[in-house]
Structures are given as C-alpha cells and as structure tokens.
Ligand binder design. Structure first.
Ligand code: C2G
Length: 441
C-alpha cells in the first residue's frame, strides 16, 4: 500500500484544492491530509482565514477519497509525520516547488501542477466585506492597534474618536483615522460595525455600553469594568443586540499561548499543582502619568496573570491579596488563589517594583517555564525529572502581538460567532473576578 500525505489550509474549499487532492490520491492508495491549525496558520502570518479550523477539517473529511485527516499544529511536524505514518510520497502544489526538498530524506517529494485562476484569497476578496472598525481613544494602544491591523487583511480602520476631557487624550499625537470625531454619538453613527476601546479604565464601561446599545461589536482594553456585576450586564446587552463583546487580553489569542494550554490539557506535566506568574512594568519610567498609575498595579495588570491561572485551573474558589501601597494605591500585589483540585495560583503584579516576568506551571510529572515577558508568549519549555525528556515549543511571533487578537476579533465577526473559544464569557468573568474582589476590599 502506497501512503501519500499532503498539507494545506483549505480555506473556502475550491476546485484548485479538489484537483490537488485528486492528483495526490492518484499517486498512491491511502491519502492522509494535514489541515493547518488556526494557531499555526496565524503564527505563519495567515491572519485572515475565513473559515474556522472545524469547518475546514469537516470539508476535507467530507471527501470520500480522503482516507485520513490530521491537524498540522507546529513547525517540524511534517518530518515527524513522515516517520509516524510511514509515508511513501509527500505531494504539494508547485507553488511550493523546492521548499520541501528537505523531506526527500524521509520520503519521495512530488510537486504537482497548481490549478490556475482560483484561490482562497480570490474567493475571500470577491465574497467578503472588510470588517470596518472605529477606534475609541487616541493613545499608545490605539497606535499599536492601527499599526498591527495592517497585517490583518480583512480589517479596515474607518473612524476614530477621542474624548478630549480625558488627560491622556488631550493633544495626543496618536494617529487619527480618515474620519475623526469628538462626539461619541456622531462616531457611533459613522460607517463602522465594530469598535476597539482603549480609553482610561473609568470610562471604558460607559463607552462599551453605548457601543453595544448601538449594535457595534466591542473589543475593549482591560479591565472593561472593575465590577463583575456590570460586566455581566454588558454581556446580556451584547446578547440582546446580537453583537460580540471581547476583552482585549492579547495573550489569550497568541498561537504559542494556545499551544501551551493544549499541551497542559494533554497531561504532559501530569496534574497541575501550581500556576505562578509575574507581570512587572515600571509605568512611570515608561512615561505614564501619575493620574494613570493611580489606578494601581492590580487594575492595570492583574488581568494577565489571572488569565493564565484561570485558563489552566478554572474559576478560583478563593483568592487572597497581599498588596504593597504607596499610601494612595497598590504599587504591587500578590493574588494567592485556590482553584478546583486545590490547584494554587500565585499571581504577582507590580508597577513600582521590577521583577522577573516569567511564568512557571508546575505539575505532578514535570513543569513548564515560559520566559519573560511570558504574556507575549512566543515559546515555552517542558522539563521533567529526567532532563533528557525536556522539550520546547517555539512559534513565530510578529509585532507586539496585537495582530493575533485583531485576527480573532475579525474572524469571529465574519463567522457570526458571539464568543471566542480562546476567551469565553465565563473566562472573562473568572479573570475579572480577581479585580472585582480586590476592589471590593
Ligand atoms: N492549490 C492548487 N491550486 C490552487 C490553490 C491551491 O493546487 N489554485 C494547492 C496548493 O498548492 C496546496 C493545496 O492546494 O498544495 C492547499 O493550498 P492552501 O490551502 O492554500 O494551503 P497552503 O498554504 O498552500 O498550504 O506547509 C505547506 C502548506 O501547508 C500548504
């Protein structure tokens, strides 16, 4: 039996894909198709794939001449698969000619003619509208969003709004969109279907509420509100107006972070016992005003360590705080949380103390170390008692990580999905609960 394998994204399955797969099958008796995972595609810079991973896999599985479908999730997996599946031939379109010659060491590489005049990109451009986004707030974050959105092909920034009452917005040098507004109502009437909110914490709830009432999809910086009751209210408003509400917690959408969660859920380090992480950043040294720093380390940073521990260990049963204050606000804080199966969380944040901003997830068989800055997750290493078992994962990581978040936001809107699997409503409530509890005091 001659075993053949081929790989692809297969977005919006078309005749070019079908021809390729038919030609691949003709090369042997048993055809395995590797469909690229969403995170792997995003880490390779494919940030505008229209269909979900599940939809693309289902389309390939529906082809009766395909014998097996697998997911391609990481760099280097192809040569692993050649050995694992005892492959006789690797087949790919000639738009890749030469790129996979190295696989000849394990199998026979065959490049077959590509079908002219059809591609997923062409279909996306013909059939899909760009997601038109408006920026709420003009500052360092809006500039990062604007720059990174250029890498997400199905997104365009149409308008911007700045509330000049907010100190950080006054004479902001941040880039404005083509259409700029100083009235929020006027802005919400502009030709947009979604907004990215990055105004100061105390204004975010009001701006998010108005945007949801205006039936706009909302991506909002953290914390959206310091009160989970209000967050629940916003979720029901989003539900009622059939729009999406997402926290702009960029780490949750990074390919390597999702691979990390997948590896932990696979049991690679045994039962998780402890999740420890630190997020320290000297805000004043970075030019943030006293007024901005006075939100305190917990409100400004705790969403990130809380994401890590709640995503891995589930909702906290109990959380205690050990903060250091400068008399007016917390300059550092430690949240000690207890989760399901007595998993412990040790989440440290600081804006006037510099510390090693790495993360360690400890389990009954091994542990995972994410080097600093862990929230810009690019790689992680799995370590065991027996050093020879150590292995690491590294993913391409471009820019400041916003592009993966923008890609998720745009894809969810395009697919009509109102929740992200990477950051569900329950995740957001569990994460924000740390901030709510600390502010309740
Ligand atoms: N293809 C083709 N004719 C087209 C379009 C695509 O023959 N008009 C072939 C491609 O050459 C590829 C396969 O169909 O072999 C899947 O194409 P894509 O979904 O675009 O995936 P791609 O990014 O080419 O994935 O690491 C290798 C990649 O996984 C290949």
């Amino acid at each position: 039996m001659t075993k053949v394998i081929t790989y692809g994204t297969y977005d919006m399955l078309h005749i070019g894909h079908i021809n390729l797969l038919t030609r691949a099958k003709a090369q042997g008796d048993y055809l395995i198709v590797g469909v690229t995972s969403e995170d792997f595609d995003r880490s390779r810079g494919k940030l505008h794939v229209c269909q979900s991973q599940e939809q693309r896999v289902a389309a390939i599985k529906a082809l009766d001449f395909v014998d097996e479908v697998i997911l391609e999730t990481h760099k280097g997996q192809k040569q692993e698969d050649m050995v694992k599946y005892k492959i006789d031939k690797f087949v790919i379109g000639d738009d890749w000619v030469g790129k996979f010659d190295y696989l000849n060491e394990w199998t026979q590489v065959v490049y077959v003619p590509r079908t002219k005049g059809i591609s997923s990109t062409k279909l996306r451009n013909e059939q899909l509208q760009d997601i038109r986004i408006g920026l709420v707030g003009l500052n360092y974050d809006s500039d990062r969003f604007m720059r990174e959105s250029e890498f997400v092909k199905n997104v365009s920034i149409v308008s911007s709004y700045a509330n000049t009452d907010i100190p950080r917005e006054q004479n902001s040098k941040a880039q404005r969109a083509k259409e700029h507004f100083e009235s929020y109502d006027g802005f919400l009437k502009s030709d947009i279907e979604a907004v990215y909110i990055c105004v100061d914490i105390k204004y975010q709830y009001e701006h998010a509420k108005k945007a949801l009432q205006a039936k706009k999809h909302v991506l909002c910086e953290n914390p959206i509100t310091k009160d989970n009751g209000k967050l629940k209210e916003l979720f029901s408003l989003a539900e009622k107006n059939d729009v999406l509400l997402l926290m702009a917690l960029k780490t949750a959408f990074m390919p390597a972070f999702n691979k990390l969660i997948e590896e932990i859920n696979s049991g690679i380090i045994g039962e998780v016992k402890e999740v420890r992480s630190t997020f320290s950043s000297l805000y004043k040294e970075r030019g943030y005003s006293e007024e901005y720093c006075s939100y305190g380390a917990t409100n400004l940073l705790m969403s990130y360590p809380s994401l890590l521990v709640n995503k891995i260990a589930g909702k906290a049963k109990d959380v205690s705080f050990f903060a250091q204050s400068n008399g007016s606000y917390d300059i550092s804080n430690r949240a000690v949380s207890v989760h399901e199966d007595d998993v412990f969380g040790l989440s440290t944040v600081a804006i006037e103390m510099k510390s090693a901003s790495s993360a360690v997830i400890s389990g009954s068989k091994g542990y995972i170390h994410i080097p600093a800055p862990w929230w810009l997750t690019k790689e992680f290493v799995c370590k065991f008692e027996d050093d020879s078992k150590e292995y690491s994962f590294k993913y391409e990581f471009e820019g400041n990580g916003f592009r993966y978040m923008i890609s998720e936001f745009a894809s969810l809107i395009q697919r009509g999905q109102k929740q992200s699997e990477r950051l569900s409503r329950q995740d957001m409530l569990d994460i924000n609960d740390f901030i709510t509890q600390f502010n309740k005091g």
